[in-house]
Design a protein around this ligand. Structure first.
Ligand code: TYD
Ligand code: MG
Length: 456
């Protein structure tokens, strides 16, 4: 065992410890991540010499009865949906998001909702003064909600407060990066502090059966700040995303030990806080500038829920040697791929044109099925002919230009019909069983068919 050094350098991204400072972390291969932290290197209990003899554990089989995790509803449907049906007592959740996106607002609304339902919710804020939280509560019309509030960053004080009095059902920590344990010499927000605070809180939550909700800062590139270990330690990781210029906010689970991770929760930020959006399609299509060239409606699916959004494209002759390609809300690699397929397989070259692609409403689309809608928008803008207003599109395009079947075709069609669309342009293959809709469909097998359709 190496002797515990007094000064050690800890990688702020991966948590690796080095005895000497270096510009680059040897295990993470990132530059400038090592920071001096005056903490003992040895983790508690790593000295094997002192380990006890150990006891024999009874091994079990995979069969056998297990009871469903008990859950309680948050009172916010969209949040219930993302967590997989409610919050599991004793679980730990981490919620990350850009500053100002609405994390504190969401958690205050959650705490108030649980408080009003007769549960005990404690909200520890390390970023704001109690007066600020009160002001927010007033704005949200939640001043009378029974939420226990404290502005505290000292971990020992928080642990003492939790141990004193009735067991809370929900503990909110806003945010984990502000907490500090006085036993450690490092600054708040460093790996050792964040890890120590998370460990202590999770241990308490598990033993007391309280649900723990941690707010995490995000870095420039959108990941939760601090060591990845935190994401490993908690049961659920949620991201709260959205474009600050738009009122829509999407809550997305990227890890969930108690449910699926493909569901999203949709909220709208209004003057009285976050409002749930039960039917997102209507909202995202709300202010369509239909009838102008370059817009196509994509019938998408997020989780189990259909979501119709408008994809906008602008194709304009370029004055530059290397034309611009800019994408908002979609993968720019996919755009490059589509442009290459259009050129190589359909004879439509946009090499002399700037291409801009935008997903309306600040939504981010990750589904490959958006390919066909994006191509339709591109072709429409290129030809200057608007697409029929009552058409929706979906289908994945392969490198050969073939249009491949998408999942949940029936769900997409049903939603399009519900919103008054008349025709769907969809892949030639694929079952629409169960989607007994009166919606007319145009089935296309190759992107060429779309091109000839656009020129017809
Ligand atoms: P906040 O919850 O403080 O964000 P975070 O904790 O993620 O940093 O939300 C801040 C933004 O939300 C702020 O720019 C104002 C806006 N907002 C509203 O539009 N309506 C409201 O009722 C509230 C409370 C905030
Ligand atoms: Mg906040």
């Amino acid at each position: 065992m190496a002797k515990a050094a007094k000064h050690s350098y800890v990688c702020q991204s991966c948590g690796a410890v080095a005895a000497r400072w270096a510009g680059k972390c040897a295990s993470y291969n990132e530059w400038n991540t090592l920071l001096e932290e005056n903490t003992p290197i040895a983790a508690p209990g790593t000295g094997l010499a002192k380990s006890s003899k150990g006891r024999v554990i009874t091994l079990e089989s995979l069969t056998g009865s297990t009871k469903e995790e008990p859950r309680f509803s948050t009172g916010i449907n969209e949040l219930d949906r993302v967590t997989g049906g409610g919050i599991v007592p004793g679980s730990a959740m981490l919620i990350g998001g850009e500053p100002g996106i609405g994390k504190s607002t969401l958690l205050l609304q959650l705490a108030a909702s649980l408080g009003s339902a007769g549960r005990r919710a404690i909200y520890f804020t390390g970023e704001e003064a109690t007066a600020q939280v009160r002001m927010r509560a007033k704005r949200l019309g939640l001043s009378d909600a029974p939420v226990a509030l404290a502005a505290e960053t000292n971990l020992s004080n928080i642990m003492a407060t939790l141990g004193n009095g009735k067991r809370p059902d929900l503990i909110v920590i806003d945010s984990i990066q502000t907490l500090w344990a006085d036993a450690l010499d490092a600054a708040p927000g460093t790996v050792s502090q964040v890890r120590a605070a998370t460990q202590a809180l999770i241990r308490y939550a598990k033993s007391a059966g309280s649900a723990l909700l941690l707010v995490g800062h995000v870095t420039k590139d959108g990941n939760i700040a601090g060591p990845k270990v935190i994401e490993h330690m908690v049961d659920t990781v949620l991201y709260f995303e959205g474009d600050r210029g738009h009122p829509f906010r999407i809550l997305r689970a990227v890890k969930n030990r108690f449910g699926a991770t493909d569901e999203i929760g949709v909220f709208e930020m209004v003057s009285a806080g976050l409002r749930e959006v039960a039917n997102p399609s209507e909202l995202f299509l709300g202010d369509r500038d239909s009838g102008s060239p370059g817009t196509a409606v994509f019938a998408g699916v997020e989780g189990t829920r259909p979501l119709l959004v408008e994809i906008q494209a602008l194709v304009a002759p370029s004055a530059l040697g290397t034309p611009r390609r800019a994408v908002v809300g979609w993968d720019s690699n996919r755009l490059s791929m589509l442009l290459a397929v259009l050129d190589a397989r359909c004879g439509v070259s946009l090499a002399q044109h700037d291409v801009y692609l935008n997903v309306a409403g600040g939504l981010k689309i990750t589904e490959p099925a958006a390919d066909l809608a994006a191509s339709a928008a591109l072709l429409s803008s290129f030809s200057g002919v608007a697409l029929p207003v009552q058409h929706v599109y979906f289908g994945e395009i392969s490198l050969s230009g073939a249009v491949r079947a998408a999942a949940h075709m029936a769900t997409r069609l049903k939603e399009a019909q519900k919103l008054g669309f008349e025709r769907a342009v969809i892949p030639a293959a694929g079952d629409v069983d169960g989607g007994e809709s009166t919606l007319k469909t145009t089935r296309i097998a190759h992107l060429k068919d779309l091109v000839s359709g656009a020129q017809a």
